[in-house]
Design a protein around this ligand. Structure first.
Ligand code: ATP
Length: 335
């Protein structure tokens, strides 16, 4: 891990940016050889839980002195390194490496069976790599309590929806996310939890359905309830597996609008959206990962990565891609 520190001088303190380049964070306390690499007015503390604390010390004339500014930074939100998932002799994911940082909004594209849902299961701490390592919010799978980690991750997926009992009240579908479970039993929730669940349902336009049972909802209504659920714990990472699948045109477009609003809000968590269709990419998404047969085809900033060439390789048909007013579309290339 190497940190690049940049300053613009605007506030007299400079702006601190940490860039993770490679390798694991060394454990332990302050500085050591690290401190030597940086100006004497800067101290780095490695908290050992993926958090990096940068303390700026400033005295007269810029000399080291008292602490004047403290920034707590997380390491990558997601850091998958050579992840392989084997089932029945087949590689569902094959040596996938992927880094996701604070503030990013990712789209994962790929044809049926490419491994998108499997990838999300790993990112949601619900599946362990057979080979390679997966570090999520600073916690490495295999060396952490996933039951503590899961509430920090919001997840909406068809597999999760299938596990929600049909007779579950809609308000409880959202509420139970607090314990990362899908079916209310004897857990206790306080007034704040109830209030948050109610507010989230209202925010996604389904507040009036709070007392209905999940099994009686339309597909579009279910998707919105799942979105509300995915945000219940105020998560640091939200994973949405095909949130627009099965929606009619109007419902899809209003969902895309709502997701664009979420993506555009700086306070929103990191978002990862799996889809088959570039038309479903909401404005504000910044990066794309394309998968095919369990392998990464390409990953990077959306503007330069979502090209006809990359999409054609991923879906194995010649495609033209267009961008119009922040929305994407793709059609078969006429030879
Ligand atoms: N438990 C399992 N055992 C064996 N194969 C599996 C298992 N789970 C998934 N697969 C296979 O792994 C591949 C990837 O599945 P995955 O659901 O991750 O793909 P996907 O990209 O999400 O597909 P889709 O777009 O159709 O939802 C598929 O070929 C699937 O049949």
């Amino acid at each position: 891990m190497r940190f690049v520190v940049t300053g613009d001088g605007a506030d007299g303190l400079g702006r601190v940016r940490a860039v993770r380049e490679h390798g694991r964070a060394p454990g332990g306390e302050t500085g050591g050889p690290w401190q030597q690499e940086h100006p004497p007015s800067l101290k780095l503390h490695l908290a050992g839980n993926g958090k990096v604390i940068i303390v700026l010390m400033a005295g007269p004339g810029g000399a080291p002195g008292r602490e004047c500014h403290r920034v707590v930074l997380m390491a990558d939100v997601l850091d998958l390194d050579g992840v392989t998932i084997m089932r029945g002799g087949n590689a569902l994911l094959d040596d996938v490496s992927w880094e996701v940082s604070e503030g990013e909004r990712w789209v994962v594209l790929g044809p049926n069976g490419a491994g998108k849902t499997t990838l999300l299961q790993v990112a949601a701490a619900r599946m362990h790599p057979t080979k390679g390592s997966a570090t999520i919010l600073g916690e490495t799978l295999g060396g952490t309590d996933v039951f503590e980690l899961r509430p920090r991750i919001g997840l909406a997926s068809a597999a999760l929806a299938e596990r929600i009992p049909a007779e579950e009240l809609v308000r409880d579908v959202v509420l139970t996310a607090a314990y990362a479970i899908s079916g209310r039993w004897r857990e206790e929730y306080d007034t704040l939890d109830h209030g948050r669940a109610k507010d989230l349902l209202a925010a996604f336009g389904v507040g009036h359905l709070a007392d209905r049972t999940f099994g009686t909802l339309s597909e579009g209504e279910r998707k919105r309830v799942q979105l509300a659920r995915s945000l219940m714990t105020d998560p640091e990472l939200v994973l949405l597996d095909e949130p627009a699948a099965g929606l009619d045109l109007g419902s899809r477009e209003t969902l895309v609008r709502d997701l664009a609003e979420l993506a555009g809000d700086k306070k929103s968590p990191v978002l990862v959206l799996v889809t088959h269709h570039v038309e479903e990419i909401p404005p504000g998404f910044t990066h794309v990962l394309m998968l095919q047969a369990g392998k990464t085809v390409v990953a990077g900033p959306i503007d330069e990565t979502l090209t006809g060439e990359n999409l054609s390789t991923t879906f194995d048909v010649p495609l033209n891609v267009r961008r119009n007013a922040q929305r994407w579309s793709a059609v078969l290339r006429q030879e």
